[in-house]
Design a protein around this ligand. Structure first.
Ligand SMILES: [Zn+2]
Length: 321
């Protein structure tokens, strides 16, 4: 049962919007694209695990995804946390490809891919840190709880896993997704005590209530001037062309694609990059509409929540997702 679902990350929404709305020659574009693809791979890796979680039904675990808790002045983050009456399990999920050489002695992973060598932190060490934070966090709130395990899952099935330290105990805690069930079954078998389900649900609820999402603002991070944000309704087919409002619909002057709802995406980008609210005047300018009245009609039709009277009404765009 999923207590805290995985939601499409705000970071990816903002970076996607920036990739659409910044000129391709913008000096920050390279860094934005790199951050997007790394984070997107991570998100995809986590999502791909759902298939393997189904094999754990025999224990009816409670799942909490993307947990972020505050402890002694800092936040710590857990990709996925499984709570069962027998044990708790922290999963650190990595979606990296290439030939991975785990060097646990030196807390690092070397990756060789297309003649390029890179170094990553050892995910087992990361999972150990999360385990220690979570254990302390739980001890402050509960007198007793099941034993906490942690493992690192390499979600990318194309990755080649090798190790520079075969006998190192940490290497047993680097697994492929297919080995998850077997590991979970072993934890279950080794457990000495069964805690009541009501207690596990209570712990899950407490973690859920205390988990706060990371505040991310791509505009601030990359010091983007709002003047650099492209205006207009972008054609979904030819990307860079601005569509025109004609007789109640959007039309692309280049590929002639027609849409009634293309402004939704444009306004979503506005919400992510400029402001979560918009006035009809601002909307007219941003969407390149002929009159403020047409902007008003369009916004009213979207049935968005709004603040203020008829004059100076601000439409709330955050519900566009
Ligand atoms: Zn087009």
């Amino acid at each position: 049962m999923v207590i805290k679902p995985r939601t499409y990350p705000e970071k990816l929404l903002q970076l996607e919007a920036l990739q659409r709305r910044l000129p391709s020659t913008h000096p920050q574009m390279g860094a934005i694209t790199t951050e997007f693809s790394q984070y997107d791979a991570g998100w995809y890796g986590e999502k791909s695990m759902d298939y393997y979680y189904r094999n754990l039904d025999f224990l009816e675990p409670l799942f909490l995804h993307n947990v972020r808790l505050f402890y002694r002045g800092y936040y710590f983050q857990i990709d996925t946390l499984l709570l069962t009456p027998y044990f708790f399990l922290i999963l650190e999920i990595k979606n990296i490809t290439g030939k991975l050489i785990f060097d646990h002695e030196h807390h690092q992973v070397l990756r060789r891919s297309h003649e390029v060598e890179e170094v990553f932190p050892d995910p087992v060490v990361q999972a150990d840190q999360q385990r220690s934070f979570l254990s302390d966090w739980l001890h402050e709130r509960f007198t007793d709880f099941p034993y906490l395990y942690n493992i690192a899952v390499i979600a990318n099935t194309n990755a080649i896993l090798t190790t520079a330290s075969q006998s190192h105990p940490n290497h047993q805690r680097v697994i492929r997704p297919t080995a998850l069930r077997e590991n979970v079954a072993a934890f279950h078998k080794n457990s000495k005590k069964r805690y009541p389900r009501s207690m596990i649900r209570n712990i899950a609820q407490t973690i859920y209530e205390n988990s706060t999402p990371e505040q991310y603002c791509a505009i601030n991070k990359y010091k983007i001037s709002k003047r650099d944000i492209k205006e207009g309704v972008l054609c979904t087919e030819c990307k860079n062309t601005t569509m025109m409002w004609r007789h109640g619909r959007w039309k692309c002057p280049r590929c002639e694609k027609v849409s009634r709802h293309a402004h939704r995406m444009a306004l979503r980008d506005y919400a992510k990059l400029v402001s979560p609210e918009i006035r009809s005047k601002e909307c007219r300018v941003y969407l390149h509409l002929p009159t403020t009245d047409s902007a008003k009609r369009l916004l009213r039709k979207m049935k968005l929540p709004h603040n203020g009277g008829t004059k100076g009404r601000r439409y709330d765009l955050s519900s566009l997702g």
